[in-house]
Design a protein around this ligand. Structure first.
Ligand code: BV8
Length: 248
């Protein structure tokens, strides 16, 4: 049966009349584009341990190792295209008066799909940050010519402009994400295992502020107990179905 049968009449009418909608996405939204997720069996981290790589301590200890991991991921991601799930979320921006896309993903595929101004909570794999003066620049070299790469202005080493475990998120990013969740009439949580904070707290925040929360995932998650509906299936199929229901 189409998972959308789980959307009651009330949920659908709220969705059709909503002015303010927000969505949080995780690695699952990019899975159908061919991007490995983090915690799946073929997960990015199965070959490595996150604490060995996605932390400031790991970078301090061995910047070249961390950069080799990111170079490998950038080469993996570079040829990938947005899938119908990304495209449907870009469509949401045109369909709703006020739509905010919050993503944990660093692959940039939401932007490629046409989402204008996603809140990239964990940064972006195509941006680097100078360790000397903090300048953030786009760098799409694949593979990287030099590891670790250097700042084109001052020659100092650069790091990925990505939020690692144990690092605080940009306060402006947090406030945009929290405002979107607090103000949403309908909040989607899509393709995330719901384990990483503070992103995982957004669904509960939306719920506590009166939103209808809809989860889309291949399987239930620790967030499932607090949502109004969990639609089980690939977001690349379910999201376009939701677009047609709203347009219908
Ligand atoms: C912070 C960048 C304040 C790296 C990432 C103890 C010590 C220190 C910190 C903590 C601690 N305990 C808790 C914390 C906080 C910590 C945290 O949450 N840890 C967890 C693991 C317990 N958080 C932080 O450190 C954050 N900062 O809190 O600052 C602070 C400061 C100091 C000390 C304390 C607090 C920073 C978190 C950011 C970490 N960086 N990424 C990189 O990517 O290189 S997080 C990483 O996980 C990715 O960004 C990823 O996006 C994110 C979440 O993973 P998911 O996106 O959910 O992906 P996953 O593979 O897990 O799941 C995929 C899902 O999709 C699955 O459910 C699957 O079923 C589904 N799926 C698959 N295919 C499909 C699908 N669904 C639909 N359709 C499909 N086709």
């Amino acid at each position: 049966m189409s998972e959308l049968k789980k959307l009651t009449g009330d949920i659908i009418s709220r969705l059709k009349s909503a002015k303010r909608i927000a969505a949080l996405t995780g690695a699952g939204v990019s899975a159908e584009s061919g991007a490995p997720t983090f915690r799946g069996e073929e997960g990015l981290w199965n070959n490595y341990r996150a604490e060995d790589l996605a932390t400031p301590e790991a970078f301090e200890r061995d910047p070249a190792l961390v950069w080799r991991w990111y170079d490998w991921r950038r080469n993996l991601i570079a040829p990938l295209k947005p899938n119908p799930g990304h495209n449907a979320l870009a469509m949401f921006e045109k369909m709703f008066e006020n739509f905010t896309l919050v993503t944990q993903n660093v692959d940039g595929l939401h932007r490629v799909a046409g989402s204008e101004n996603p809140v990239e909570m964990h940064g972006n794999i195509w941006l680097t940050r100078c360790l000397r003066d903090g300048t953030v620049k786009e760098n799409r070299e694949t593979p990287l010519k030099e590891i670790p790469p250097r700042c084109s202005d001052c020659g100092a080493m650069v790091r990925p402009h990505i939020v690692w475990f144990g690092e605080s998120l940009d306060p402006a990013v947090i406030s945009r994400a929290f405002k979107a969740a607090q103000g949403a009439e309908v909040f989607f949580v899509i393709g995330t295992s719901g384990v990483v904070q503070p992103a995982a707290s957004l669904a509960g925040l939306a719920k506590n502020n009166g939103a209808t929360v809809i989860e889309i995932n291949l399987e239930p998650t620790p967030l499932s107990y607090q949502v109004d509906a969990t639609l089980l299936g690939p977001s690349g199929r379910i999201l376009p179905e939701i677009v047609s229901v709203i347009k219908g």
